[in-house]
Design a protein around this ligand. Structure first.
Ligand SMILES: *Cc1c(COP(=O)(O)O)cnc(C)c1O
Length: 358
């Protein structure tokens, strides 16, 4: 079997051993005579999966009972709306930082719901970056402060998180569980599953339970965090198979160790940035201090060469290197499950491509 090196931004590569385990159990889950996909979400077999998925998350991030771990549908994109619907009261202001395409989408949705202050804006700058904490123009008594920990398209990442008086709300879709962080610094964290966690189909939400009490009575039941907290993410039929995969992935992260994984991620990214910086042929697109460990972005001297690079790379077994259609260039998404050997092979390919075209 020839597995491609999948450098796609999402849905993204999953750990091989997790895929193999899911394959093993696909037709007959632990002797029950059916797939986990076919089990009732209220039955014993699935409930154990669900409980372990939550327990693994709590253990990995040191989360106490004051936080809820939720599995919601609608991806990270629905969170762009649910957050202001639940947390932004009448007459209040929410502070948002604009660091690029994903932050801009969150801002657009929040403006449909309530009053938004863009506290810092570097969303259109090239080279790309995230704001400095010192640039943030925060509102006194803000409902919350929203940041995007890793801009998946531009390849810019917060290396440390700002300390804010108002609850910090963070879109961690493309770097959650790639590095340790202190959950207590955040009021709410959310992430679409399909980058670092699982197949597509859900958003992971980790939130301070008291924040869910802010919601007004007019918000639809399904869009209230309190509904999902009260029902342990089983108000309606949950995305069982995605949560099962998430449980296997979090088991794999626990086995590997989050610190080990983080060191490996930093090392993988550093190899690619070294390859980019060692020549004028490749040019990184993010400010060095903000370079993402998850999405490495760079340009070649011309769009023709970029197209040739993507095409030849695909022929050599590297899939998904084309930059996002809005910005062009090259993007290598090297999430937790992307292997070190794949990065080494890509660096060799880059050197070889330059030798032939530089
Ligand atoms: C992919 C992504 C999203 C959108 O996720 P969906 O699950 O497709 O809604 C939001 N924010 C960031 C940072 C992302 O990378």
């Amino acid at each position: 079997m020839a597995r491609a090196y999948n450098l796609s931004a999402g849905p993204a590569t999953l750990p091989l051993e997790v895929l193999e385990e899911a394959q093993q159990e696909l037709l007959d889950y632990k002797g029950t005579g059916m797939s986990i996909m076919e089990h009732s979400h209220r039955g014993k077999a699935y409930m154990a999966v669900h409980a372990e998925a939550i327990a693994n998350t709590k253990e990995l991030l040191g989360i106490g009972d004051d936080y809820a771990v939720l599995f919601l549908q609608g991806g990270a994109s629905l969170q762009f709306s649910m957050i202001p619907m639940n947390l932004l009261g009448e007459g209040q202001t929410a502070d948002y930082t604009n660091s690029g395409a994903w932050a801009a989408k969150a801002i657009k949705e929040a403006k449909l719901i309530g009053k938004v202050n863009v506290a810092a804006d570097c969303g259109k700058e090239i080279p790309t970056r995230v704001p400095l904490a010192s640039e943030m123009n925060l509102t006194d008594g803000a409902a919350y402060v929203h940041i995007t920990s890793n801009e998946t398209i531009s390849g810019a990442q917060w290396k440390s998180f700002p300390k804010t008086e108002a609850p910090l709300v963070c879109d961690m879709s493309s770097d959650i569980l790639s590095r340790p962080f202190n959950t207590k610094d955040f009021g709410l964290i959310y992430a679409g599953a399909q980058k670092n966690l699982a197949p597509a189909g859900m958003a992971l939400v980790i939130m301070r339970k008291d924040l869910a009490e802010r919601v007004s009575g007019s918000v639809p039941t399904m869009l209230k965090y309190s509904t999902h907290i009260e029902n342990d993410s089983m108000f309606n039929t949950c995305p069982c198979f995605t949560i099962y995969m998430y449980m296997l992935v979090t088991r794999w992260i626990k086995k590997t160790g989050l610190e080990t994984l983080y060191a490996r991620n930093v090392d993988k990214a550093a190899k690619l940035y070294r390859a980019i910086d060692s020549t004028d042929f490749y040019k990184g697109t993010a400010v060095p201090a903000c370079r993402s460990d998850m999405n490495v972005t760079w340009r070649l001297p011309s769009e023709e060469l970029e197209a040739a690079f993507v095409k030849e790379a695909a022929e050599a077994g590297f899939s998904g290197l084309k930059g996002h259609r809005s910005v062009g260039g090259i993007r290598a998404s090297i999430y937790n499950a992307f292997p070190v050997e794949g990065v080494d092979a890509l660096v060799s390919f880059m050197k070889d491509f330059e030798a032939r075209n530089g």
